[in-house]
Design a protein around this ligand. Structure first.
Ligand code: MG
Length: 280
């Protein structure tokens, strides 16, 4: 397989991400797909998607779970609403994540991924043990499907993430590294973090951002690829160093402006192609 095939974050009827047809127009061979809405996740629809993807010449390299009631409005809202950390929705979301894994298997996709949410950094916090436990359950469900689970980075430092992976102790648990999230959430310099968690990185988001003046309290700003503080030449060189050869999946979350989104992703694709030619 081609090293570092390009990709985009795409969606069908739920979550963020660009439509599959736009991904096709942009000429990318792979996507990360946001899980379709519950009513859409049927065996019949899986067959239809497989046919459509074949026509478009696109492979899904990972399916990302997302849930009703999640909001990325600001950092305190993320803390309260995202992933499997909030206790009141955890059982239902855990069940749904397993359903998403089963639907992904119907699509022939062997990677499912998600934002776990703000995992408590203190190893003795009982909430943390609860999140470890449900993550193990999802990993085991995925393993039975022949799948891996990738955790999206950003809501914790690299060290906290490594501790979490160790405590969970499942050999199909890996990392989706999003360098912009490290900056947006103020969780550490992304290249240094990438080196730390490198052996676990099995997928990436090529997204860019600038630091907040109060990191960890307020958002940094997401910006077009190449215009932020990640430093993509350095990022790709580091991916090469850690032996990563999977897809480079561009994520640009401005659903309110699809025209600009497509244009900016197009520029991102050109930049990544240039960097690939230089570095690979
Ligand atoms: Mg991401």
């Amino acid at each position: 397989m081609e090293k570092w095939p390009l990709g985009v974050f795409a969606g069908i009827d739920a979550g963020l991400g660009i439509p599959l047809d736009v991904a096709h127009e942009l000429g990318v061979p792979t996507v990360h797909l946001h899980a379709p809405a519950k009513a859409t996740r049927t065996a019949e629809n899986a067959e239809k998607f497989i046919t459509k993807l074949k026509e478009l010449g696109i492979t899904i390299s990972a399916v990302f779970g997302g849930f009703e009631g999640e909001s990325y409005a600001d950092i305190p809202t993320v803390r309260r609403t995202i992933g499997l950390v909030p206790p009141e929705s955890r059982a239902e979301r855990t069940r749904e994540m397993k359903e998403i894994a089963d639907f992904s298997r119907l699509l022939g996709v062997d990677v499912v991924a998600l934002h776990l949410g703000f995992v408590p950094h203190d190893r003795s916090d009982p909430l943390r043990a609860e999140v470890v436990e449900v993550t193990r359950g999802i990993c085991d469900h995925c393993a039975a499907n022949g799948q891996r689970l990738h955790l999206e980075t950003g809501q914790e430092t690299a060290d906290t993430l490594l501790e979490f992976l160790e405590d969970t102790g499942r050999d199909n648990l890996f990392v989706n590294f999003d360098p912009a999230n490290m900056i947006l959430y103020g969780c550490g310099e992304p290249i240094e973090a990438l080196r730390k968690v490198g052996t676990f990185v099995r997928s990436v988001h090529c997204k860019d951002a600038t630091w907040s003046d109060r990191p960890g309290e307020t958002w940094g700003a997401e910006v077009p690829l190449g215009e932020g503080d990640v430093g993509f030449e350095n990022f790709l060189t580091t991916l090469k160093d850690i032996g990563y050869d999977g897809p480079l999946t561009i994520e640009r979350e401005i659903p309110q402006d699809p025209v600009r989104q497509k244009e900016e992703i197009g520029r991102g694709i050109r930049l990544l192609r240039e960097l690939k030619a230089k570095i690979l």
